[in-house]
Design a protein around this ligand. Structure first.
Ligand SMILES: [Zn+2]
Length: 220
């Protein structure tokens, strides 16, 4: 039996069910709808709900808990575990694959730290790839966008989401090459993809990695 994590009642007339990126099931129901009707609706939708949940689980990402202590997440494709400590600065132990996080405003501190590192790493990779591709760009900015991993403006200012740091290095490089290819082609034409392929021959696999793990956009 499917037990919903949340039931939201409103002035709507029909029942609807959704599964969020972390596998939580939400039911939207009319105000006067009986529990019986909700459960019979969920029974009918059971196959779809289970299929969707297992798809999310295959991506191997858990929802960060309110208290981040012990939460593990991917950093450049490697698993790191968070330990909350009574310290002033974020500290990374690469040998133990641990991140020590100040317990005060832990999440804000972590996001800030991720953004700083994203800016540093993505600036370096962009500079190197731009040389290789013999192109130039205006600037590199890191944002908290959830909709896209990267973008290139009309005047070649590049923007990346700090969450790109969760991806393995080769996937990060693909995104950088993708955005730099936009300095030559402001579209996704065949010529654009040919340019990408020159530098990332297996770019289709990298795109698939990002597509399968779109839920990483929801972390933090
Ligand atoms: Zn693009």
């Amino acid at each position: 039996m499917i037990v919903p994590d949340k039931i939201i009642r409103s002035a709507r007339k029909t029942l609807a069910v959704s599964v969020d990126p972390f596998g939580r099931v939400t039911v939207r129901a009319p105000k006067s709808c009986s529990e019986e009707r909700i459960f019979s609706f969920l029974r009918k939708k059971e196959a779809w709900i289970l299929r969707t949940k297992s798809k999310m689980q295959r991506a191997g990402i858990d929802l960060p808990p309110e208290n981040l202590d012990g939460y593990a997440f991917l950093l450049l494709g490697q698993r790191y575990e968070i330990t909350l400590v009574n310290e002033r600065f974020v500290r990374l132990d690469d040998m133990q694959k641990r991140i020590y996080l100040p317990e005060k405003k832990a999440k804000d501190r972590l996001v800030q730290w991720l953004k700083e590192n994203a800016k540093r790493i993505l600036s370096t990779v962009t500079e190197r790839k731009a040389r290789e591709m013999q192109t130039s760009y205006k600037s590199v900015t890191v944002n908290s966008a959830r909709g896209r991993w990267g973008s290139c403006s009309y005047d070649n200012a590049l923007h990346y989401s700090f969450r790109l740091l969760f991806a393995p290095k080769d996937v990060v490089e693909y995104v950088v090459v993708h955005e730099l290819a936009h300095t030559k082609h402001k579209n996704h034409s065949a010529a654009f993809w040919q340019e990408v392929e020159k530098y990332v021959p297996d770019y289709r696999e990298k795109r698939k990695w990002l597509k399968d793990r779109g839920i990483l956009m929801q972390v933090f």
